[in-house]
Ligand binder design. Structure first.
Ligand code: ZN
Ligand code: ZN
Length: 252
């Protein structure tokens, strides 16, 4: 039986290699010749968050700098952010599809992209925690996008997913506020679930996009009893995206 099973697996992987099925570019839907995430055309469009980046929040910075002005000027309660993609128009449209058009199939490749970004960092994580969403938002959308990514990432990393925070207030309408206003509102809208033990734990927070760091910072602040908090997201905005940020640009 075992031999038959291995022969079948071997045959299937051989066929897969010969005739790759359903491998399409995540951004434009073009068929791909190999098992990649993006086609060559999309890869030319600055989709990867690479080059000089802030050691704290992973946003692009000027060559020679270590830390961005925002991280220099405001306290970050998380250790470091990891974001594989650059939140440009193409990436943004894929993420909005994932978040608002029920395109849940993005969760797996998004998690793989995040994993590729963090796998060599040697992070010792105890559990993965999606950014919490208010129950009305989950009801409206049918799912919590960061939670779908967190679950896929947890499968890859063989780690548990735990939700140590509760979002008590729907802050959807607060996207146009300044960093400080958002930070204050978020702080009041999230509480810690004391049933989840965080003392001495290393936690990896998962979000879809990191824009101002207000959300992950508010979460990390509430998780201060833990040992360390890292954050990751599919994409990171660059400075140009931050102002002005209107609701139509970033729906959450
Ligand atoms: Zn493409
Ligand atoms: Zn920074």
């Amino acid at each position: 039986m075992k031999i038959l099973q291995s022969l079948k697996t071997l045959y299937e992987s051989f066929i897969d290699k010969l005739f790759p099925t359903d491998i399409k570019c995540l951004l434009c839907g073009r068929d791909l010749p190999d098992n990649n995430f993006f086609c060559e055309k999309c890869e030319e469009e600055d989709i990867y968050n690479e080059g000089p980046r802030c050691v704290k929040c992973d946003t692009m910075i000027k060559e020679g700098n270590l830390i961005c002005d925002d991280c220099k000027n405001s306290h970050r309660y998380f250790e470091k952010c990891y974001c594989p993609l650059n939140y440009n128009a193409k990436v943004r449209s894929a993420i909005l599809k994932f978040k608002d058009d029920n395109a849940r199939y993005y969760a797996k490749p998004f998690a793989e992209l995040i994993y590729n970004r963090i796998k060599d960092e040697n992070l010792q994580i105890d559990f993965i925690m999606p950014v919490p969403s208010h129950k009305n938002v989950i009801k409206r959308r049918g799912y919590n996008p960061p939670e779908l990514i967190a679950k896929e990432l947890a499968l890859i990393m063989h780690l548990p997913v735990k939700q140590a925070l509760i979002k008590n207030v729907d802050t959807t309408a607060q996207k146009t506020l300044s960093y400080q206003e958002r930070q204050d509102n978020l702080r009041d809208s999230i509480t810690r679930d004391r049933k989840i033990d965080i003392k001495g734990k290393s936690i990896l927070i998962v979000d879809d996009v990191i824009t101002t760091c207000a959300t992950v910072n508010a979460c990390a602040l509430l998780l201060q009893k833990s040992k360390v908090v890292y954050a990751c997201a599919v994409a990171r905005t660059t400075k140009d995206w931050r102002t002005p940020m209107t609701q139509s640009q970033e729906k959450k």
